[in-house]
Write a protein that binds this ligand. Structure first.
Ligand SMILES: Nc1ncnc2c1ncn2[C@@H]1O[C@H](COP(=O)(O)OP(=O)(O)OP(=O)(O)O)[C@@H](O)[C@H]1O
Length: 625
């Protein structure tokens, strides 16, 4: 599918400049980083579940990594091999500075612990490609460039970098195609993977981590990706990746190999020497075979020659051999001083962020609007509101104050519909973006606050346009007070309450982060608020009467009544020519027309509080695994 480029002047950029950019980005790393790790141990607590799936206080510990040691120098590419569940991703995440929890041992980058400047100099490509499906390849990379590249570059230069990455990764053919997703046809799996790699290459990282960059790809595409990575390593970068059964062609491209089995290292060293090592400890391959197949067999405890030897004892032998023949040598290497320390980039030149708050906000806002325009202007959503508006307008057609109960019912319907609708729209916001937020926040791409405000502002137009259309239709059809003042009063009350309800949805979504649970919780809460709103039950027992004070619907309903009626308005009641004061009508009396200002204040508190809760809940996302 074709789509427009985000910046129309892209095409007009000078080609020779683009070629220069390719040179400058890929030939040399900004600075070189030696990665050392020693005795890395990672444990997790497994909580046992009791009745009804409730976590019990008892917990057991499981060791995922059992003392892994190694050194990777600039210019080297390390491949981590091992059976599924052997701890490769966990180690990669730990080395990439993204693993929280019980991690012991030491991991250093040029002799120093992981730091924010190092984070910004590190690329991390996760196994699953986390990309926006409706953006094109170019849009994806340009927005990433605008967010991640420092302000020492102009906007045009940032765009040039994105273009250069597209050329280098061979994505030119599909640069205007959308990424696509599970239900949306877009670029191919290999192209998608290259876009993910490209996002990390944009920052010209000194360290690049990749989790199974070739999984699910044909061998030619896999070869192309690894060759590109090899080129990057040649430019002085340190590259670490996990990989499942590489072909022998790929295997010999890796400078170093780490073999893991149940969290134990079985080999760390040059790829070219691995077969000699295992032969030297009595495990030579019987027939000529792909080295990675042989290594995976060993890591699974499978070695055909040793009849009678069970898998557990083969693994044990290999672990013991590693400890006696390799461990000390590797530790010696880790502990040796780094001869050449490129200290030019110790981070002083890097601020905490590469771009200003306002830049982040504006790029995120533009990106969000592009990604979600199909959703915001979905015909279904607009159709839904229009149908309900016309139906309500017809049902309450030209109702008069003589039928006060009907009019009050319409106002309560306003508060119900516009309590639920924005809440359920907003609930989806953060759970849907969770993976993206984790990925981008982990690489220090932007502040949480700039993201948060861009999301809130980006959703506003549609949030406000729909209720405005709704009120405009129903208000005049239903014959509510025919004065512009009353109309605008009703409209503003409704828009105000939409913002509060949206905030509640955002808070629930961010707190629960699971769509099913969040929608259930949202439904229960809103229903409680509606029941306590003062329309359905008038004689509420004292012990539960307090509930209306936390109910959005209660304040919403009170303000809507206030937008239509004053205490001394009258309506025909009982025999002809007898009028009663509106304030004495039971439903209005119950809620009361007084306390309009305090309702506005109560809703203001909710407006701020719900968003604050959402923000605080989001702070948990995206720092560790
Ligand atoms: N947070 C966690 N909670 C529970 N188990 C975990 C956690 N993290 C890792 N594990 C377990 O640790 C083991 C190693 O996981 P890891 O993802 O590192 O393996 P892997 O070698 O990358 O596997 P694969 O090749 O299948 O991706 C697995 O058994 C996994 O279930």
């Amino acid at each position: 599918m074709e789509s427009e480029l985000p910046l129309t002047d892209l095409e007009s950029q000078n080609k020779s400049v683009a070629e220069d950019e390719v040179q400058s980005i890929f030939k040399k790393a900004n600075r070189q980083v030696t990665l050392k790790f020693e005795d890395v141990v990672y444990k997790i607590k497994i909580q046992k579940k009791g009745f009804f799936n409730i976590k019990s206080a008892k917990s057991a510990e499981r060791m995922i990594l059992k003392g892994v040691t190694g050194t990777v120098y600039p210019g080297e590419m390390l491949a981590m091999l091992g059976p599924s569940g052997s701890g490769k991703t966990t180690l990669l995440t730990a080395l990439g500075g993204r693993l929280g929890g019980k991690l012991s041992g030491s991991i250093t980058y040029n002799g120093k612990p992981f730091s924010n400047p190092m984070k910004r100099n590190t690329g991390f490509v996760t196994q699953d490609d986390v990309l926006y499906p409706h953006l094109t390849v170019t849009e994806t990379l340009v927005f990433t460039a605008l967010l991640r590249l420092p302000n020492t570059l102009t906007k045009e230069q940032k765009v040039m970098h994105a273009e250069a990455v597209i050329t280098q990764l061979g994505l030119t053919k599909c640069k205007n195609n959308i990424i696509g997703g599970s239900l949306l046809r877009g670029v191919s799996g290999g192209e998608r993977k290259r876009v993910s790699v490209g996002q990390e290459m944009l920052i010209n990282p000194s360290l690049l981590f990749l989790d199974e960059p070739t999984s699910g790809l044909d061998s030619t595409t896999a070869q192309r990706i690894v060759s590109t990575l090899w080129e990057l390593a040649k430019g002085g970068r340190t590259i670490v990746m996990t990989i499942h059964q590489p072909s022998s062609r790929l295997f010999y491209m890796f400078h170093k190999v780490l073999l893991l089995s149940d969290g134990n290292p079985l080999y760390f060293g040059k790829g070219s020497e691995v077969m000699d090592y295992f032969s030297s400890i009595g495990y030579a391959p019987m027939v000529a075979m792909n080295p990675s197949d042989f290594l995976l067999d060993l890591a699974n405890g499978v070695y055909k020659d040793e009849e009678g030897e069970d898998q557990a004892s083969i693994k044990e032998n290999l672990v013991t051999a590693y400890r006696t023949s390799l461990a000390d040598k590797l530790k010696g290497e880790v502990e040796a001083e780094i001869q050449f320390l490129d200290s030019s980039g110790d981070g002083k030149e890097f601020g905490r962020w590469s771009t200003t708050w306002i830049q982040q906000f504006s790029v995120l806002l533009r990106r969000g609007i592009k990604e979600r325009k199909h959703e915001a202007f979905s015909a279904l959503k607009i159709g839904q509101v229009l149908v309900v508006a016309l139906l309500a307008g017809a049902l309450w057609w030209q109702s008069s104050i003589a039928h006060l109960q009907d009019q009050v019912g319409l106002l309560f319907f306003y508060s119900g519909f516009w309590g639920f609708f924005p809440l359920f729209q907003a609930i989806f916001t953060f759970p849907q973006e969770r993976m993206m937020l984790m990925k981008e926040r982990s690489s220090g791409m932007y502040r949480l606050s700039s993201y948060f405000f861009s999301r809130i502002v980006g959703d506003l137009p549609m949030e406000l346009v729909l209720p405005t259309v709704f009120v405009t239709i129903t208000y005049w059809m239903a014959g509510l007070k025919h004065t512009p003042i009353n109309f605008f009063h009703t409209l503003f009350v409704l828009l105000y309450s939409v913002l509060v309800s949206q905030g509640l949805g955002l808070a629930i979504g961010a707190l629960v982060m699971d769509l099913k649970s969040a929608t259930t919780l949202g439904g229960v809460l809103m229903l409680t608020f509606l029941l306590a709103g003062g329309y359905y039950v008038q004689h509420v027992p004292k012990f539960i009467a307090w509930i209306k004070y936390v109910s959005l619907s209660h304040y919403q309903f009170k303000l809507l009544l206030g937008s239509q009626y004053a205490e001394n308005d009258t309506f025909p009641c009982g025999p002809p020519n007898v009028s009663c004061r509106v304030g004495t009508f039971p439903m209005i009396q119950m809620v009361g027309l007084d306390g309009q200002l305090s309702s506005v204040i109560a809703m203001l508190v909710m407006l701020v509080l719900y968003r604050l809760i959402a923000y605080l809940a989001l702070m948990r996302v995206g720092v560790t695994k």
